[in-house]
Design a protein around this ligand. Structure first.
Ligand SMILES: [Zn+2]
Length: 301
């Protein structure tokens, strides 16, 4: 029953190089939540063999037939709209430089705001690592990125040592999970409102575009409940919203996290070696009246 990333389709063809880690145990059947096993290049539900999910273009398609069609429609629409708007699709080097070096055609400040949000996220994750007594290098656990888009943040978490799963409906080749085909993180096309994550397996669950892209309360509450269930005890849940423009939006997310039984984390104290980065962050954060682009909370033990 063990599943190793080296068994993944494409592993021998160079399209997936997942550090030899076990990834399928981090996911669940989207229909009833049963564990998955790998067999003949597909992921198969442990409860009902009729539920099976293919890898296509190196991306696990973790949705039933009807849902898959709906996800593809969302993905196709996104590809068409981004192309129409003139967004540049990154090559490998450009992808690896995100978000610090942005892509042309995107809205003004889009990438600089993501860069600020990402810098703040690292500050939290470093504080968590220090609290956990972990070494500054080495494996740091499991992470999920929900609403991962092209996967640039999942890539960064992978580089930082997390075994990372990237979830999105968006799986297209130019503006979705298909952008970076040599990813070591596992790319999964699935419903980001009901991300099919195995319960209790993650050290970090990260929402990249708010709790739900739709901004609908029911979607946000549903997506949050799934993420909380996926966390290990003391796991960290982070909600990135690089484009929050009202205090109300921030407070709404904070209230939802508290309602879900999580404890909000304070902004970590400065680390000396990052003082210069922190200076810039302070300007980007509350100290000049702007809003925090990341809210982080912890699950209880
Ligand atoms: Zn199933």
């Amino acid at each position: 029953m063990s599943f190793d990333s080296s068994d993944l389709p494409g592993a021998t063809g160079g399209s997936f190089k997942g550090r030899g880690r076990q990834y399928l145990r981090l996911l669940a059947c989207p229909i009833e939540g049963a564990p998955l096993a790998q067999e003949a290049g597909v992921a198969i539900c442990g409860d009902d063999r009729v539920h099976h999910y293919p890898f296509e273009d190196g991306i696990l398609r973790l949705a039933d037939t009807a849902q898959r069609a709906a996800l593809d429609a969302i993905s196709d629409e996104h590809e068409a709209r981004a192309a129409r708007d003139g967004w540049r699709s990154p090559d490998e080097d450009a992808f690896k430089s995100l978000p610090q070096t942005g892509l042309s055609g995107y809205p003004e400040n889009y990438w600089s705001q993501y860069a600020a949000a990402t810098a703040l996220l690292w500050r939290y994750l470093e504080a968590v690592r220090a609290q956990n007594g972990a070494l500054p290098v080495g494996p740091v656990g499991e992470a999920a990125v929900i609403g991962a888009g092209m996967g640039w943040l999942a890539y960064a978490l992978d580089v930082a040592g997390y075994a990372t799963v990237a979830i999105d409906a968006l799986a297209g080749p130019r503006y979705g999970l298909g952008v970076f085909p040599i990813a070591r993180f596992l790319r999964v096309q699935a419903d980001p409102v009901r991300p099919p994550l195995a319960p209790g397996m993650y050290d970090v669950v990260l929402y990249q575009e708010g709790l739900a892209r739709s901004g609908r309360e029911t979607d946000e509450v549903t997506a949050l409940a799934q993420g909380v269930a996926a966390l290990k005890p003391r796991g960290v849940l982070a909600v990135m919203n690089a484009f929050a423009d009202t205090l109300e939006q921030v407070e709404t997310v904070q209230a939802r996290l508290l309602d879900a039984g999580l404890t909000l984390m304070d902004l970590p104290p400065r680390l000396n070696w990052r003082a210069r980065v922190s200076e810039r962050l302070d300007q980007a954060l509350g100290r000049n009246g702007t809003l925090p682009p990341v809210i982080v909370a912890r699950k209880g033990s």
